[in-house]
Write a protein that binds this ligand. Structure first.
Ligand SMILES: C[S@@+](CC[C@H](N)C(=O)[O-])C[C@H]1O[C@@H](n2cnc3c(N)ncnc32)[C@H](O)[C@@H]1O
Length: 198
C-alpha cells in the first residue's frame, strides 16, 4: 500500500514538507527508515555524506535504484533505529521522516540517535504526530486498527515529548497543525532538535 500510494501523496502534498525538513541537515547525514528513498532527492548541498539504515530489503533496493537514477551517493545498510550499527558520535545530522510513528520502541531509537550524533548534532524531523482535542481522541481510538493496516504505524504518538525526554532541545521544532495530509496522519512536526550536552 505504501509503495503504491506514497508517490501519489508525495506529489500531492508531502514533497514540500520533505524538502523543508531535510534542508536542516548538514555534514555527515544518517537517515533512519529510508523507505523507498523519496527524501534523497531533497538532500541539501550542506550535507557532505549520506548513510541510511533501513530494515526492509525491498525498500533498500528501491532506494538504491532511486539514488542511482538521480546520481546520489548513499550507503544504505540493513538495520533498526533501536540498534543503529554505527559507533558513537559518527554523524552531524540524523534524519527521521515518517519513521518514529513506525519504530517499535521510540525511546530506544531516540537514545540510539543521540548516541551516534556528534556533539552539537541535529535530529532532523518530519513526523506525523498526535493532534490535540477531538483529533487526538480520534487517533487514540483508531490507533490499533490503523496499525494493523499500515505496517505498524501509530498515528497517536506524542513525538515531541519523546524527543525532549531523550535529551534534545526541541525549540526549533514546529507543529504544522493544518496540512493537506488526511487524518489520522496529521498534524506534523517539522524542523530540527539539537543534542543537549550533559
Ligand atoms: C512510513 S515508512 C517511511 C519511509 C520513508 N522514510 C519515507 O518518508 O517515505 C516507515 C519506514 O520505517 C521503517 N522502519 C520500521 N521500523 C523501523 C525500525 N525499527 N527502525 C528503522 N526503520 C524502521 C520501515 O521499513 C519504513 O521504511
Amino acid at each position: 500500500m505504501y509503495r503504491l500510494g506514497q508517490p501519489i501523496f508525495d506529489r500531492l502534498f508531502y514533497n514540500r514538507y520533505r524538502r523543508a525538513a531535510i534542508m536542516n541537515a548538514t555534514g555527515r547525514l544518517l537517515m533512519i527508515g529510508l523507505g523507498p528513498g523519496a527524501d534523497l532527492k531533497f538532500v541539501p548541498p550542506t550535507v557532505t555524506s549520506v548513510t541510511a539504515v533501513e530494515p526492509v530489503a525491498a525498500f533498500r533496493r528501491m532506494a538504491s535504484r532511486l539514488a542511482r537514477r538521480h546520481g546520489i551517493a548513499v550507503d544504505i545498510v540493513d538495520g533498526m533505529g533501536e540498534s543503529i550499527p554505527f559507533p558513537d558520535n559518527s554523524f552531524d545530522s540524523v534524519h527521521v521522516g515518517l519513521v518514529l510513528c513506525s519504530v517499535a520502541d521510540v525511546g530506544a531509537t531516540l537514545g540510539e540517535i543521540r548516541r551516534v550524533l556528534a556533539p552539537g548534532g541535529r535530529l532532523v524531523v518530519l513526523e506525523h504526530v498526535r493532534g490535540d482535542g477531538a483529533m487526538g481522541r480520534f487517533q487514540d481510538r483508531i490507533a490499533k486498527p490503523w496499525s494493523w493496516v499500515s505496517s505498524g504505524c501509530h498515528p497517536n504518538r506524542r513525538t515531541i515529548d519523546a524527543i525532549a525526554a531523550a535529551g534534545f532541545d526541541t525549540s526549533r521544532l514546529r507543529s504544522i497543525p493544518r496540512t493537506m495530509v488526511p487524518p489520522p496522519c496529521t498534524p506534523h512536526l517539522q524542523g530540527f532538535a539539537t543534542v543537549i550536552e550533559e
